[in-house]
Write a protein that binds this ligand. Structure first.
Ligand code: HEC
Ligand code: HEC
Ligand code: HEC
Ligand code: HEC
Length: 180
């Protein structure tokens, strides 16, 4: 009897955890940028657009990508999860969780690093770091943690990997809110 109750409890704990995680949907870079493009906010949109992350999906349609993919027996890099896993986000997500404005073609976008934003995107939630985190925003406590996040993609599993210089590369994409 007790055993049965326990198994049920574990089943429900697992079930609610996974449904909780799946409640967060992707809204896409345009919606994040409504509030994150002004000079006062730190021009995150402009900095991201100038970075290679913005083109990471399009790169999968290049001749170089075709060459790499064909050597690996992959027909179309821009449709293969082996490539999309580091070059985009939302490609493997239930369509119900993708906003009409979300596009996989936007490559490595805001929510790829910051987490899907459907529940933290409102002004009220965003103004509180604690509430944002409860609603799916990922944060890092120091540069060591940030580096760990970067190297989930910048590593030797990348077919074109030539090393990753965190200090230099981080400076290129940094987009913090200016302190006043
Ligand atoms: C309605 C406006 C609005 C939208 C939409 C919005 N944000 Fe924000 N965001 C804010 C405000 C306001 C802050 C707090 C700024 C401050 O502390 O000065 C903030 C803070 C943040 C922070 C800093 C959190 C911290 O404490 O370190 C990140 C990261 C962030 N937003 C990312 C995003 C992403 C990614 C999206 C899209 C999924 C998004 N925001 C959409 C208004 C918005
Ligand atoms: C989801 C995977 C992913 C994550 C996480 C990620 N990147 Fe990237 N990054 C890429 C891809 C893919 C490219 C290549 C895009 C292209 O060339 O089209 C890239 C390119 C870059 C470039 C351009 C220079 C180069 O080596 O081609 C810089 C700089 C960079 N990333 C910095 C960072 C930093 C710093 C972090 C962590 C804060 C980070 N990235 C996290 C996937 C990622
Ligand atoms: C583990 C993450 C990861 C995977 C998987 C991955 N890439 Fe990348 N890709 C990156 C990163 C990071 C960069 C930028 C720097 C580098 O080459 O490591 C990049 C850069 C590229 C570039 C630009 C290289 C250049 O020199 O301009 C091409 C093309 C590319 N990837 C194609 C592919 C193809 C095709 C696949 C699938 C077969 C793939 N990638 C899988 C992370 C990945
Ligand atoms: C490659 C991963 C990556 C991408 C893509 C990315 N960010 Fe960030 N973002 C970070 C990291 C790492 C930080 C630094 C967090 C810190 O300082 O604790 C950051 C910081 C921020 C901050 C400021 C936090 C602060 O307190 O100063 C905001 C706002 C923000 N990002 C919004 C965005 C928006 C909007 C986009 C898309 C246009 C975006 N980010 C794209 C990784 C990323």
């Amino acid at each position: 009897m007790l055993k049965k109750v326990l198994i049920t409890a574990i089943f429900f704990a697992g079930f609610s955890l996974s449904t909780f995680a799946q409640d967060f949907g992707y809204i896409g870079v345009d919606k994040c940028s409504m509030c994150h493009k002004s000079e006062k906010q730190g021009e995150q949109l402009k900095i991201w657009k100038a970075s290679k992350h913005a083109n990471a999906f399009k790169t999968l349609q290049s001749d170089k990508a075709k060459e790499i993919a064909s050597k690996m027996g992959i027909a179309d890099a821009s449709k293969a999860k082996e490539c999309l896993v580091c070059h985009a986000s939302g490609y493997n997500v239930d369509a119900k969780l993708l906003d009409a404005k979300f596009s996989v073609e936007d490559g490595v976008q805001c929510e790829t690093c910051h987490g899907p934003g459907s529940e933290y995107k409102s002004m009220k939630v965003m103004k509180s770091r604690e509430e944002s985190v409860k609603n799916g925003l990922k944060v890092w406590n120091n540069e060591e943690e940030i580096k760990k996040m970067c190297v989930t993609c910048h590593n030797e599993k990348s077919p074109t990997y030539k090393g990753f210089d965190f200090a230099k590369n981080y400076n290129e994409i940094k987009h913090n809110i200016p302190k006043n």
